[in-house]
Design a protein around this ligand. Structure first.
Ligand code: UD1
Ligand code: MG
Length: 446
């Protein structure tokens, strides 16, 4: 059966107190909505329809970029009404649908998969968890374990409120049937809303049963405030760390390492304490990232050593066995095999050839206030400490740049360039200077 997902994201999210729509706030470097989409897609949802509020251009652009479709819910008349808004978009879709909420970033692909599987067996499925929180609808089951009904807490009677099985916010059904049932929803409840949660009751009248899939409460968290966003981030970090450890990554203090949703760390990568991985990082097996480093949009090849206190920015491509040491910043630059920049350097818009050595304090001067320019450093070159390489500039293989030089012209293979002023020496000057100063000081004290 073909699979699709409808993700509801038309709510206001006012409690975030943000100009940014709630579902666009990032967790592990990806908007909340992106996590929901990825989980649904991981369970085989080939079409994803995101229900958005009028004028939610950022949400729309993000959803489209991620390969989803969007439909607009003009007025927020409830979750059932929101889901029904996807009917036209999925008019020709034949298969199974999951409907879920765009602000639940911790749902996993496994949970969506279980919902699809339970739907195939029973006709419909919902996902539930155990909680006493008054925020959730109550799941009332029949003696055979199937669902009888879902009652929103506000609409529930005393006995129903005592039930601790709650609605997590995933519903799976046959797409055609679902939209037919959604068309029959009424808003006869405390909130005068069209509730998604009334669909199973309508389905039951149609002779379709509904299975209840149970999951851990930790997965069901919705984000409504900044505080909840921080809690969700922390939960996601724990999940990503556990996954990395499971995959064979060594971490001395995993609780201090921050990962992104897409961080790729191969087995036998070693990560020290307090390392931050922004989006788009890949580290190959056998590389080591030492403490307090910050990486983003970078690739690190096997055997490379990065940090402590290194910063890799987008486009940093660190080759095999290369070393990037403390207070070295690399941006849009390829550091080839075995090259080293061990201390205090900025390497931007550059290539550093195989085995080259970049001395402490070296700067590639890549920006002239208007444009960025490239620096090309050949294999085996030796760039002396505190050199400024003014781009665009080409430094051939085997070149030697004397410390403190400012290089503005192309250098040929195996040449030496020194641009600092020549050293002069005045013998005995220092001792004479000290004697004069001591005498002056003694005269003042008298
Ligand atoms: C909903 C469920 C409740 C469940 C809980 C789990 C209903 C009626 N209730 O309640 O059983 O326990 O989630 O967290 O479904 N939305 C729209 N358009 C609307 C209304 C809502 O797109 O008109 C979206 C919101 O952006 C949000 C989601 O639907 O992402 C859920 O809406 P919300 O108002 O948070 O529902 P709850 O009251 O939490
Ligand atoms: Mg909610």
């Amino acid at each position: 059966m073909a699979r699709a997902a409808v993700i509801l994201a038309a709510g206001q999210g006012t409690r975030m107190k943000s100009a940014k729509p709630k579902v666009m706030h990032a967790i592990a470097g990806l908007p909340i909505l992106g996590h929901v989409m990825a989980a649904a897609r991981g369970a085989g949802a080939e079409r994803i329809v995101v229900v958005i509020a009028p004028g939610a251009v950022d949400v729309e652009a993000f959803a489209l970029r991620q390969g989803a479709e969007t439909v607009v819910q003009d007025k927020q008349l409830g979750t059932g009404h929101a889901a029904a808004c996807a009917a036209t978009a999925l008019k020709n879709f034949v298969g199974t649908l999951v409907v879920t909420y765009g602000d639940h970033p911790l749902f996993t692909s496994a949970t969506f998969e279980a919902s699809f599987a339970a739907q195939e067996k029973s006709g419909m499925a919902i996902v539930a968890f155990h909680s006493r929180s008054t925020a959730y609808g109550r799941v009332i089951t029949k003696p055979d374990g199937l669902l009888d009904r879902i009652v929103e807490y506000r609409d529930a009677n005393a006995a129903e409120r005592k039930v601790d099985l709650c609605n997590a916010g995933i519903m799976a059904a046959n797409a055609k049937s679902f939209f037919r049932w959604a068309g029959e929803l009424k808003n006869h409840n405390v909130q005068k809303e069209y509730y998604l949660t009334d669909i199973p009751t309508i389905a039951k009248a149609d002779g379709v049963g509904c299975a209840v899939v149970t999951i851990e409460e930790a997965e069901t968290m919705g984000v409504n405030s900044r505080a909840e966003l921080a809690i969700a981030e922390s939960a996601m970090q724990q999940r990503l760390r556990a996954r990395a450890l499971e995959a064979g990554v060594g971490m001395t203090a995993p609780e201090t390492v921050f990962l992104s949703h897409d961080t790729v760390l191969e087995a036998d990568v070693q990560v020290g304490p307090h390392v931050v991985f922004g989006p788009g990082v890949t580290v190959r097996s056998g590389a080591e990232i030492k403490a307090f480093s910050h990486l983003e949009g970078a690739t690190v090849a096997s055997g490379a050593l990065v940090g402590p206190y290194a910063r890799l920015r987008p486009g940093a491509d660190i080759g095999e066995d290369a070393h990037i040491g403390n207070f070295v910043e690399v941006k849009n630059a390829r550091i080839e095999k075995g090259a080293k920049a061990n201390h205090l350097a900025y390497i931007g818009d550059a290539r550093v050839g195989e085995g080259a050595n970049i001395g402490a304090g070296t700067i590639t001067c890549n920006f002239d206030g208007f444009d960025k320019h490239h620096t090309d450093i050949g294999a085996g070159a030796f760039i002396g400490s505190n050199s400024a390489l003014v781009a665009p500039v080409k430094i051939a293989d085997g070149v030697f740049v004397g410390a403190g030089s400012v290089i503005t012209k192309e250098m040929s293979k195996d040449s030496l360039a020194v641009t600092r002023a020549e050293q002069t020496e005045i013998p005995g000057w220092a001792e004479k200077f000290r004697q004069r100063k001591r005498a002056e000081k003694a005269a003042r004290k008298k």
